[in-house]
Design a protein around this ligand. Structure first.
Ligand code: GLP
Length: 233
């Protein structure tokens, strides 16, 4: 793991932007994208740049079950607002949380990932160490699957919803193995809430109770953290 410590999210997102555009210059054609508050500054950097994604493919990590893609709170809507609206890709994949057969949807999504291997995958980090929506205890060999969200994730994500009851309890997420297959992984974490998970991910045992710890085994991972997130290292 290559660890880059920065002052704050602004400096870190600038660094991430440079890494992603360099990856594009080196021929990357498929971006793995994440939602949440962590990558928003990076997406702003892209929106304000002259980069062109029209020959590229994006594949998002996850989507809530039960939300239509046009729902205000869906991750598809989030991505349209943050990036796709202004910087369209040739094709952008997000799991369909309204699929009538979610198991089939997970298989379909894995086939998409196989057809378009991810060159560089952006990740945020859950306070409990989750990546995508792979909660503690998820097998490392998991591919795309249906996930029951933990209470801590529901609590962390309720800020995006009007009421806690509105937060979906289920999601479709790329699995740990699907994420691990990316050629390059770029994980970002900001703020002191992430410090314990950052420490466990980098210095802890590789253990399914800390999903992000598997990244210690990947041969091309860059972790960008601000001072607060790095404070327990
Ligand atoms: C969410 C998402 C993850 C994200 C993480 C951190 O639940 N499924 O992809 O990385 O939690 O969220 P945030 O960036 O808002 O801290």
């Amino acid at each position: 793991m290559k660890i880059i410590k920065v002052k704050d999210k602004i400096e870190g997102s600038q660094k991430a932007f440079e890494i992603m555009t360099e990856s594009m210059a080196n021929g990357s054609k498929v971006f793995g994208l994440a939602t949440g508050s962590t990558p928003t500054e990076l997406y702003k950097n892209f929106r304000e740049s002259d980069v062109d994604f029209s020959n590229m493919i994006s594949i998002n990590l996850d989507e809530y079950v039960g939300l239509d893609e046009n729902d205000e709170q869906s991750y598809r809507t989030f991505m349209k607002q943050q990036l796709f609206g202004e910087k369209p890709f040739k094709m952008s994949y997000v799991p369909n949380g309204k699929a009538s057969d979610l198991e089939e949807e997970a298989k379909r999504y894995d086939a998409i990932i196989q057809e378009h291997p991810i060159d560089i995958q952006i990740l945020g980090l859950g306070t409990n160490g989750h990546i995508g929506f792979n909660e503690p205890g998820t097998p490392f060999e998991s591919t795309t699957h249906v996930v029951q969200l933990t209470n801590s994730t529901i609590q962390a994500n309720k800020r995006f919803f009007e009421k806690e009851e509105d937060v979906p309890t289920t999601a479709v997420s790329m699995g740990i193995d699907s994420i691990f297959g990316a050629k390059e992984i770029l994980l970002m974490a900001w703020g002191e809430d992430k410090a314990p998970a950052v420490k466990a991910m980098i210095e802890g045992e590789i253990n399914e109770d800390m999903p992000a710890s598997i990244l210690q085994k990947h041969n091309d991972v860059v972790v960008i953290i601000d001072e607060a997130a790095a404070s327990l290292l």
